[in-house]
Design a protein around this ligand. Structure first.
Ligand code: ADP
Ligand code: ASP
Ligand code: MG
Length: 403
């Protein structure tokens, strides 16, 4: 008997009608004699609402209570699914992560799942039951509820697939697969049949929210193939895999863009050894993620300019930390909140020369100014003014023959 893990995202369980539809999908797997393990997100909007409530009560909400609060969304959707499945004649029950338990390590809000005790789940499956498990959460070694980062139900599904030794792991969402770029923003986006873990990881980390980045990392580490499909229409989806069988020879696989980036430039910093470390140490201590970094070559050997990007939510805190930092002296601090990062991703660029030039030339022809550049083996990212993002994605989509 095959065991399949099915994960349903927030929009897929976003209304009573949609929950009924999800239950039909689950029923169809059961009627084909599969063992089915279901992971559900909270109904769409619910987690955001809980975040808002916590902010209204405190701008420094207790971290453990924040996780306890955010974890409640999934309890509702799982109970609704299990209740409906009982109604249509399937044996089913909801399981909260602590009841399994799903054990996590690491700080609140960004914990990682390191173990799932599957003994009871296996017994239940053997008895013909369909467990509906809360995504996005676990418990730590002090039995406190933890959450594993926004969109974390993806990672829950992958880790459940690992520990239960599932034959398949399917992520059901509101689009019918992974596209060359966000299909809601660009009409010419095309569905990708197969994508490598590394490409998906870059796309997800660089703004394609269809998969949570750390879930792709978990899938890669554990060699778990993921299918991404639509919960609304029955169509073949996308396979995320490490296998090299039958891949297209496309050079660029996809294009991602970010929202909510901010650029900071510290002008006229005293140029001496250790200066970069002195700037970034307090940021790292405060868990502020620094992304692109550029340090200008100092012309007079005395002063330099340092530019870097962070999430705009961290801008106020970063400004305060830099102003308080006694280890650095500089002439001016400048900020730009309206910037975005646009990236092209594809393993094909490792073996194909000239990709960087083609990207820069295509943007230049559209008069799009590049502010910062960063590259890895399989991606090139540029920081540009946020108002040009749509135009940039569309010109690059065309340039790399993804249209
Ligand atoms: P879920 O609630 O099911 O987890 P998400 O909202 O997290 O769904 O992810 C699905 C959304 O991801 C889509 O609605 C789509 O707008 C967005 N998206 C961004 N980039 C891509 C891409 N390259 N391919 C498909 N969807 C994408
Ligand atoms: N409900 C959580 C969120 O909105 C987790 C998830 O949807 O995967 O981030
Ligand atoms: Mg998601």
């Amino acid at each position: 008997m095959k065991t399949v893990v099915l994960k349903f995202g927030g929009t897929s369980v976003g209304s009573i009608e949609r929950i009924k539809k999800v239950c039909k999908i689950i029923y169809s797997y059961k009627s084909k004699k599969n063992n089915v393990v279901v992971i559900s997100s909270a109904m769409s909007g619910v987690t955001n609402d809980l975040v808002k409530k916590s902010k209204l009560l405190s701008n420094n909400f207790n971290k453990a209570e924040y996780d306890a609060l955010l974890a409640t969304g999934e309890q509702t959707s799982c109970a609704l699914i299990a209740g409906r499945l009982n109604h249509i004649g399937l044996k089913s029950r909801s399981w909260q992560s602590w009841q399994i338990p799903i054990i996590t390590e690491g700080p609140h809000s960004s914990a990682r799942i390191n173990q799932v005790i599957v003994k009871e789940l296996k017994k239940y499956l053997k008895d013909g039951g369909t467990p509906i498990i809360t995504g996005f959460q676990g418990i730590n070694n002090r039995f406190r509820l933890t959450t594993i980062g926004r969109s974390g139900s993806d990672a829950t599904a992958i880790m459940l697939a690992k520990f239960i030794k599932a034959d398949e792991c399917i992520i059901y969402t509101d689009v019918d697969g992974v596209y060359t770029t966000d299909p809601r923003q660009h009409k010419k986006a095309k569905k990708i049949k197969k994508i490598f873990y590394d490409e998906m990881l870059e796309m997800a980390s660089l703004g394609s929210k269809v998969m949570q980045p750390s879930s792709v990392q978990d899938a890669k580490l554990n060699n778990i193939d993921i299918k991404v499909k639509s919960s609304f229409i029955s169509k073949p989806g996308t396979l995320i895999t490490g296998s090299t069988k039958t891949f297209s020879n496309q050079i660029i696989t996809g294009i991602s863009s970010t929202k909510n980036d901010a650029k900071i430039t510290i002008v006229g910093v005293k140029d001496k050894p250790g200066i970069a470390a002195s700037i970034f140490k307090p940021l790292s201590k405060n868990l502020i993620n620094v992304d692109m970094v550029v340090q200008n070559i100092s012309l007079n050997g005395k002063e330099t300019d340092m530019t870097f990007t962070i999430k705009s939510d961290d801008l106020k805190k970063t400004e305060k930390l830099i102003k308080q930092n006694k280890k650095i002296s500089y002439k001016k601090l400048s900020f730009d909140k309206d910037v975005s990062k646009v990236s092209i991703i594809g393993v094909g660029m490792i073996t194909t020369p000239g990709i960087t030039y083609r990207m820069f030339q295509a943007l230049a022809l559209k008069k799009i100014n590049i502010l910062v550049i960063s590259t890895s083996e399989i991606k090139i990212s540029v920081l540009i003014s946020a108002k040009h993002v749509k135009k940039a994605v569309s010109v690059l989509h065309k340039e790399f023959k993804l249209d």
